[in-house]
Design a binder for this molecule. Structure first.
Ligand code: ARG
Length: 457
């Protein structure tokens, strides 16, 4: 239990208190960010003449060795230390002697941990963004292959109007595109370096904060030291963006689950992404989609937890803030995994195009188009709506589709109907005619696909 702060104490910390207070078990995963920040801090201390150049070089070399040894597995992080910061500093001093004790000059763990978590957030956003882009590429393949794959579009879970599979997938493309732009915004807004803020009130040493910020890839240094050590807004924002990603994935999962059901059979999930039942030999379950849907709750929970942790904290740093990490890390891991797994499932799924098209043909998805046909023949839309409603009742009675009615039957409801009605209300026409921007018609979809390709390249 070697501590960074023993001097002022005469009695030992109670061991239960030590354990309760310690964070190494979870903040150890920020070792790379912690060491990277320390290397730049030490370089700066040397350049500014705050510590001797030789000490600065020894610290940098020592830290580089520690980082290499952790990454290669030669050095295990000692979990009896209080936190990752204490571990790195004590390991450094064990390796290079007294020079190691100069690393913490002009720094506090408060600005150090604020830096670590910002670096972690940034790295995470970059990793997640690549996986979201993979998912968008999978969607684009499906979209390009299916601009004439007809399927029913639904409102209220009732068949509404025919769309295409490309169009349906395009809706998710838009959602994940917005998710990426949210991550980008967060990354931009948080990208100021807190190191140099000290415990809360800056420092008396002539630190070169701009140098540190630049070396670490920040756009500059933060402007208020009290805010810098107490700000976790970027975690709140990120958890909110992650919650939105999960909400999108969960809605998509729900659709896959419904489409995979015996009743729909719109899709067949690949064996590699399904599981069986221990008792019912016939079962092939969509567990991945269900788990993604299920894990959404814990990500929302992390957002609530972070907001609640922060709401009562007076300025500046308080130990409550240590509670930022576990829910954040859990949510971050969960979302990354869900995006990867979902992408794997989606890229190997089979769409039963015939079943989808058959399904679009029944359910009166062309009823609006019959009304639009009547409007073209100068019937006011409200009257056309009533006439088609009556035709639908007739079809329900006869157990057939609108396309199956004879011309005489059509004309007995409205004499303006001619034999061009069949062409006008065929599913193909219904979709083809919808060609304004954003509509499912293949011509409109082709233009959108060009935009998507530009966006992804
Ligand atoms: N482990 C702390 C955290 O995660 C960082 C250390 C700051 N501790 C302190 N006593 N000032 O927030």
């Amino acid at each position: 239990m070697s501590k960074l702060w023993g001097g002022r104490f005469t009695e030992n910390t109670d061991s239960s208190v030590y354990d309760f207070n310690a964070s190494v078990s979870f903040d150890k995963r920020m070792y790379r960010q912690d060491i990277t920040g320390s290397i730049v801090h030490a370089k700066m201390l040397g350049r500014c003449g705050i510590i001797p150049k030789e000490d600065s070089s020894a610290i940098v070399a020592g830290l580089e060795g520690i980082l290499a040894d952790i990454e290669s597995g030669r050095l295990a992080i000692d979990e009896t230390m209080e936190d990752i910061h204490s571990f790195v500093e004590s390991e450094l001093t064990a390796r290079i002697g007294d020079a190691g004790k100069k690393l913490h000059t002009g720094r506090s763990r408060n600005d150090q941990v604020a830096l670590d978590i910002k670096l972690f957030t940034r790295d995470y956003i970059d990793t997640l963004d690549v996986k979201l882009k993979d998912l968008l590429n999978t969607l684009l393949v499906i979209i390009e292959d299916n601009i004439e794959t007809f399927m029913p579009g639904f409102t209220h879970m009732q068949k509404a109007q025919p769309v295409t599979l490309a169009h349906h997938m395009g809706a998710y493309f838009e959602m994940f595109k917005r998710d990426r732009s949210r991550l980008f915004d967060i990354r931009k807004r948080m990208n100021l370096c807190p190191l140099g803020s000290g415990a809360l009130a800056g420092t008396t040493y002539p630190l070169d904060r701009e140098f540190v910020a630049k070396e670490l890839g920040f756009d500059g240094a933060t402007f208020n030291s009290m805010d810098s050590v107490s700000d976790r807004d970027h975690i709140v924002e990120l958890l909110s963006a992650l919650s939105t990603i999960m909400m999108h994935l969960s809605r998509f999962s729900e659709e896959i689950i419904i489409w995979n059901s015996n009743e729909y059979r719109f899709v067949e999930i690949s064996d590699a992404y399904s599981t069986g039942s221990s008792i019912m030999p016939q079962k092939k379950n969509p567990d991945i989609a269900e788990l993604v849907r299920g894990k959404t709750g814990r990500v929302y929970g992390a957002l609530m937890s972070m907001l609640t942790t922060l709401k009562g904290i007076p300025l500046a740093y308080n130990k409550d803030m240590q509670e930022d990490k576990e829910p954040f890390f859990d949510a971050a891991d969960t979302v990354l995994n869900c995006v990867i797994l979902f992408n794997g499932m989606l890229s190997t799924i089979t769409f039963n195009k015939k079943v989808m098209e058959e399904s679009a043909k029944n359910g009166f998805t062309n009823a609006t188009d019959v009304a639009d046909y009547l409007v073209l023949k100068n019937i006011p839309f409200r009257d056309a709506h009533r006439i088609v409603g009556e035709l639908v009742l007739l079809c329900i009675d006869k157990g057939c589709a609108l396309d199956d009615l004879s011309l005489d039957e059509f004309r007995s409801y409205s004499p303006v109907i001619g034999d061009d009605i069949y062409e006008a209300i065929s599913m193909k026409t219904c979709v083809m005619k919808r060609c304004t921007q954003g509509a499912p018609g293949p011509e409109a979809m082709k233009k959108v696909i060009c935009e998507y390709k530009k966006y992804l390249s």
